[in-house]
Design a protein around this ligand. Structure first.
Ligand code: NAD
Length: 333
């Protein structure tokens, strides 16, 4: 029996992990709190911990876990910017992640945000529920014939590009590791980030967060974009310099911004803070713009994705318990 402490859990995580582990030798200890050096003690007696995007397995936290005898960290997400991998290696942890639970879920959410923002669906819906059937201020634009720029053509970026091609958009893309055959098949044009910034009516970010991609969208980038451009980020908040974004929104240059992730989302996204004071002034400012649409990191939230996250996580924990190899492409350390 392997005891795994699962941090930052919600009912939908618990439900899927319990289903996926039925009949297996895994015991779960579900925690509401996020993992950090301060909360690591909650993993006492565990062989493994399971973490999500806003947990903080940094060096001090990993040192605390190592002292408790924890040996494995199972990330139940694709992005691994949260964990200090060199520290994990040094301390002898094995680390796995779920590299692709449903790229469709995330790409489809990016497109859902684009359509909702461009056609002003949330505003329109609010109006009709107030018996206001006027259309003033709800004018959008046809996506057909417009140009979309995709930064990062990995699993999610490629699907987003394909969906946008289906709308009849011209799709430009940048990736340091391009996929020329895929681009030819879907008539996607690889180009440089500057051209994407200056020629696209829609820009969608699909890169991981790394030191190279941190603030990939900043003041200089935003100065290049066409007036009225829509920016979509379903990847990681810190790809965008929030202060520069707010300045660009205030200037009226951007047509709209849709975010499923936010630079300072930790401790805010995934939580019900209704009735409380919002202490983040940048987030508060973003929420005042009529052309900003925000969801709280829910792009992954489909039944298929949750089931796949639970399947891969339990398979790797079972492999760890039996000393067997982890699933291919899930191993980080
Ligand atoms: P992936 O590894 O398949 O693709 C990432 C692509 O980005 C790769 O092709 C890589 O070469 C490219 N890239 C790296 N640096 C770049 C740069 N400087 N400019 C342009 N491209 C660059 O990853 P994926 O499965 O497509 O996921 C992408 C990201 O989406 C993840 O890293 C994660 O942060 C995010 N994500 C968000 C959610 C959510 O719920 N909002 C869910 C899953 C993943």
């Amino acid at each position: 029996m392997i005891l795994t402490t699962v941090f930052d859990t919600k009912p939908y995580d618990r439900d899927q992990l319990q289903r996926a582990s039925a009949g297996l030798d895994i015991e779960w200890r579900f925690m509401d709190c996020r993992l950090s050096a301060e909360t690591a003690a909650a993993a006492h007696g565990s062989n493994a911990v399971c973490t999500f995007v806003n947990d903080r397995p940094d060096r001090p936290c990993l040192e605390a876990l190592a002292k408790l005898g924890v040996k494995h960290v199972a990330l139940r997400c694709a992005g691994f910017n949260s964990i200090d991998l060199p520290a994990a290696k040094e301390l002898g942890f094995s680390v796995t992640r779920v590299p692709a639970y449903s790229p469709y879920a995330v790409a489809e959410h990016a497109v859902a945000l684009l359509l909702a923002l461009n056609r002003k669906i949330p505003r329109a819906n609010n109006r009709v529920h107030d018996l206001n059937f006027a259309l003033n201020g709800l004018v959008g634009f046809d996506l057909h014939g417009k140009t979309a720029g995709i930064l990062g053509t990995g699993k999610i970026g490629r699907i987003a590009a394909q969906i946008l091609r289906g709308f009849g958009m011209r799709v430009l893309a940048f990736d340091p590791f391009p996929s020329p055959e895929w681009a030819q098949q879907y008539q996607v044009e690889y180009t440089d980030p500057r051209t994407i910034a200056s020629e696209s009516e829609v820009i969608s970010l699909h890169t991981p967060l790394t030191p190279e991609t941190h603030h990939i969208i900043r003041r200089e980038t935003l100065e290049l974009v066409k007036p009225g451009t829509i920016l979509i980020n379903v990847s990681r908040g810190a790809l965008i310099d929030t202060k520069a974004l707010i300045e660009a929104l205030k200037s009226g240059r951007l047509g709209g911004v849709a975010l499923d992730v936010y630079e300072e989302e930790e401790g805010v996204f995934f939580e019900d803070l209704s009735g409380q004071i919002l202490h983040d002034d940048d987030l508060a400012r973003l929420l005042t713009f009529p052309n900003v649409l925000i969801t709280a990191h829910q792009a992954f939230l489909t039944q298929e994705a949750l089931a796949e996250i639970a399947r891969v996580t339990t398979a790797n924990l079972t492999a760890y318990a039996k000393g067997q190899p982890f699933l291919p492409e899930t191993v980080l350390s």
